[in-house]
Design a protein around this ligand. Structure first.
Ligand code: APR
Length: 300
């Protein structure tokens, strides 16, 4: 015996048509809801100005974490999988322009590290020279030599609103929006580094750069100076280093340095300044041995 579906083709087609229409309505409404919730078509993520999440991010983060522990066993045991998971939890399912420093709180806890007194070296506009210097002497520690700085330096990452995982296509550039996944991370890491610093804190600045010696919106001014504890930091010692081949645009007695002095002292921190700190100039001289400034008799 055949059922009534087979015996009444007109009714069957009508019923199939109604069911198809219902299925299409349900599908259309879920797409509309997805648009409403994310502001984006479901399969068409927003395009940001920065590069997407670094390929193989998970492996790089976990690999660098183990590498750091092998270089600096004093840091103790870090759970590298936890470090990755905390990074992922801080950004996934979130709008990459709505990631706050506080979202990295748990990551900062698993990455916590003690910074020995008198070792901190902050910097502004001297990215290349400061890291050549710390590699050459190993006497100072920059943010990039700390656990968080080492593991995440040069990497890019962001999540996707309401969806798990990372966005490998594009992420917000540094200034594209206020609270983005990258700038908030570096602000959190810089604040933690400054808070942990004690004793004499050194700062390498570029005496040959145009304009303010440290930009008004620089991390040094906006994050690191305000987060130093005046009861634990005995002095902020600024080194103004000119490019050996460049102009001497700013020195300790320049207006921009005096203004920075006021700013630092305004945070109840002691200030001192030195022009062309000799150990750094010696490093510059390794590449420019014949330069007049490298003549031993000219050293201050
Ligand atoms: N746009 C793009 N990148 C930026 C921006 C910005 N507006 N601001 C900061 N950065 C990132 C870049 O990666 C850049 O190379 O910070 C780096 C340094 O910027 P600088 O103006 O040279 O210095 P500053 O903002 O003071 O940051 C350096 O913060 O990273 C910590 O401990 C570190 O003391 C150091 C300071």
């Amino acid at each position: 015996m055949t059922g009534h579906w087979a015996s009444r083709p007109g009714i069957r087609n009508l019923t199939l048509g109604i069911m198809l229409a219902l299925v299409l309505m349900v599908l259309a409404s879920s797409v509309v809801n997805a648009h409403a919730a994310t502001g984006q078509p479901k399969d068409q993520a927003k395009k940001y100005k920065g590069a997407g999440t670094t390929s193989n991010l998970r492996n790089i983060v976990i690999g660098r974490c183990y590498h750091y522990m092998s270089l600096y066993p004093g840091i103790g045991d870090k759970n590298c999988t936890d470090v990755w998971q905390e990074l992922l939890d801080a950004v996934q399912r979130k709008d990459p322009c709505k990631v706050a420093e506080e979202d990295y709180k748990r990551l900062s806890l698993v990455a916590a590290q003690t910074i020995p007194c008198n070792k901190t070296l902050l910097w502004s506009r001297t990215n290349d020279l400061v890291h050549r210097y710390t590699k050459a002497t190993e006497k100072f520690i920059t943010l990039e030599d700390t656990f968080l700085g080492f593991v995440f330096n040069g990497l890019m990452w962001c999540g996707k609103p309401l969806r798990p995982g990372m966005n490998f296509k594009s992420c917000p550039a540094w200034n594209e929006c206020d609270k983005n996944s990258i700038s908030s991370f570096w602000k959190m890491a810089s604040a933690a580094f400054a808070r942990e610093s004690c004793g004499v804190v050194n700062v390498m600045l570029n005496g040959s750069a145009d304009g303010d010696i440290a930009r008004k919106e620089s991390i040094l001014r906006t994050v690191e100076v305000p987060n130093m504890d005046p009861t634990r930091v005995s002095e902020v010692k600024v080194w103004v280093i000119d490019d050996i081949q460049g102009e001497d645009k700013n020195s300790c007695d320049s207006k921009t340095l005096l203004e920075l002095k006021d700013y630092i002292e305004g945070h109840k921190l002691q200030y001192s300044c030195i022009d062309n700190y000799r150990p750094v100039q010696a490093l510059q001289c390794a590449d420019n041995p014949d330069h007049a400034a490298c003549n031993r008799c000219n050293y201050q």
